[in-house]
Design a protein around this ligand. Structure first.
Ligand code: C2E
Ligand code: MG
Ligand code: MG
Ligand code: MG
Length: 281
């Protein structure tokens, strides 16, 4: 069914196919140039408190402003960037720029605003990762408690000992740690308990068909209830309808993201949104 294929959205999209589809002859060398010349931009998607309706932060999502191809989305280049290792530099650039920009919004009167940054598996595994994060926070004068790093389950369980070590160091710095796309991996909550994680982000594929799909509704309710009882902050991704929002709020899911509240937008546009009076829930 569409639902199943949506959920198992593994990418059978090889770098070669991506290259062909984009009409780029050498995606790797283009990417290398993009890193050198700084062709990436960040779009910010609102993260909303489901109880109050207030924007409490943003997720930083990378885009590539390709000189010939226009604005490219992560699905079009992240795999290639991972294969070449360039993702490490891209993620660190995103982290630095997101901290710099968010610090500016905080200074302009949005003191409480937070930002979430996605970290790829190889970036997380890089031996200099923790030091780089520490240096970036230092140089951007950014409060670690207002930063959330998003990792997927598969990243964490690949090497449990080192994951625990790295997460422990980040957590000690005060950084909030989130499991992204929660539910799509194979780890249970009891398994995740061994890591110092604060946030669970329920994957969009579970949110899409609630509340009408009874099984998904039960599953999402159970994740929220169990997550909350274990003291996680629970966020739902991909909220597109009022019905979904109402259901999630009723189940006491604390935060949400999705097209209902807004797509990812440029820093200038997001800054404008922050300046608006809070919308009623
Ligand atoms: P993600 O971290 O799970 O981010 C959510 C994705 O779902 C984003 O796609 C977002 O635009 C999209 N989305 C949000 N709300 C809705 C909705 O209501 N409906 C639908 N249909 N989609 C929604 P995007 O920006 O294309 O990013 C895709 C993935 O690429 C991200 O998934 C993340 O895994 C990865 N990514 C994005 N930025 C970075 C980055 O800076 N570094 C790394 N390593 N990965 C990144
Ligand atoms: Mg994410
Ligand atoms: Mg996600
Ligand atoms: Mg997702």
């Amino acid at each position: 069914s569409a639902k199943d294929s949506n959920r198992n959205n593994y990418q059978f999209f090889t770098p070669e196919l991506a290259q062909q589809a984009l009409g780029i002859r050498d995606l790797d060398s283009d990417l290398r140039r993009a890193v050198q010349l700084g062709e990436f931009v960040i779009h910010y998607q609102s993260k909303v408190d489901l109880e109050t309706g207030k924007v409490i932060g943003a997720e930083a999502l990378v885009r590539w402003q390709h000189p010939e191809r226009g604005l490219l989305f992560p699905g079009q280049f992240i795999n290639a960037a991972e294969d070449s290792g360039l993702i490490i530099a891209i993620d660190l650039w995103v982290l630095r720029e997101a901290c710099r920009q968010t610090r500016e919004w905080q200074a302009a009167g949005n003191d409480e605003i937070t930002v979430a940054v996605n970290i790829s598996a190889i970036g997380f595994r890089d031996k200099d990762f923790v030091d780089n994060v520490r240096r970036i926070l230092d140089e951007t004068d950014y409060d670690p408690r207002r930063l959330q790093l998003e990792l997927t389950e598969s990243v964490l369980i690949r090497n449990i000992e080192s994951s625990r070590d790295v997460l422990g160091k980040l957590s000690q710095m005060g950084i909030r740690l989130a499991v992204d796309d929660f539910g799509t991996g194979y780890s249970s909550l009891s398994y995740l308990r061994q890591f110092p994680i604060n946030v669970l982000k329920i994957d969009r594929s579970f949110v899409s068909y609630i509340p009408d799909d009874e099984r998904d509704a039960l599953l999402v309710s159970a994740i929220i209830a169990m997550g909350r009882s274990l003291n996680y902050l629970v966020i739902a991704e991909g909220i597109e309808t009022e019905k979904q929002r109402t259901f999630l709020r009723g189940e006491l899911c604390q935060e949400g993201q999705g097209y209902l509240f807004g797509k990812a937008v440029s820093a200038a546009t997001f800054g404008g949104l922050l300046a608006l009076p809070a919308q009623a829930a």
